[in-house]
Design a protein around this ligand. Structure first.
Ligand SMILES: [Zn+2]
Length: 137
């Protein structure tokens, strides 16, 4: 931002140092000509110049950046979504860790003397599946 005139950087060369704001008298059209507002980038080889009815209007047009504003808003929304995704992912990881711990506890339990010893085998197989899935993600 150019502090003197509250100008955004040049949209072509991104300069903030070579911007001029002035009123210009054009001798065309009306009998005695008419004044226009101008914002110009005087950076060498940069052709950026905006003319408008008034200086204020020229500054307003210079600072109007619909694509930039849209992308800034979009970036903000994406950053917020990323935070939400991380929260959900961390929550899922915590739940998965709890499930793995529970299954490990179940798998290591000695079922050999009980009639439902097969449950231990099922738990071990399930645990292996969950561990395999959590590694691939
Ligand atoms: Zn420029």
């Amino acid at each position: 931002m150019n502090m003197e005139n509250n100008l955004k950087p040049c949209p072509l060369c991104n300069s903030t140092e070579n911007l001029m704001v002035y009123a210009e008298w054009l001798p065309d059209k009306k009998p005695n000509g008419h004044e226009v507002g101008v914002v110009e980038c005087t950076n060498q080889s940069c052709p950026m110049i905006i003319r408008a009815i008034t200086v204020e209007e020229a500054v307003r047009k210079w600072n109007k950046r619909p694509r930039e504003d849209f992308l800034t808003e979009q970036n903000k929304a994406l950053a917020e979504q990323l935070v939400i995704d991380e929260i959900i992912e961390n929550d899922l990881r915590a739940k998965l860790a709890d499930a793995i711990n529970a299954l490990e506890h179940y798998a290591n339990y000695d079922f050999s003397e009980k009639p439902d010893a097969w449950a231990g085998t099922v738990a071990i197989e399930t645990l292996a599946k969950i561990k395999a899935e959590s590694v691939t993600r």
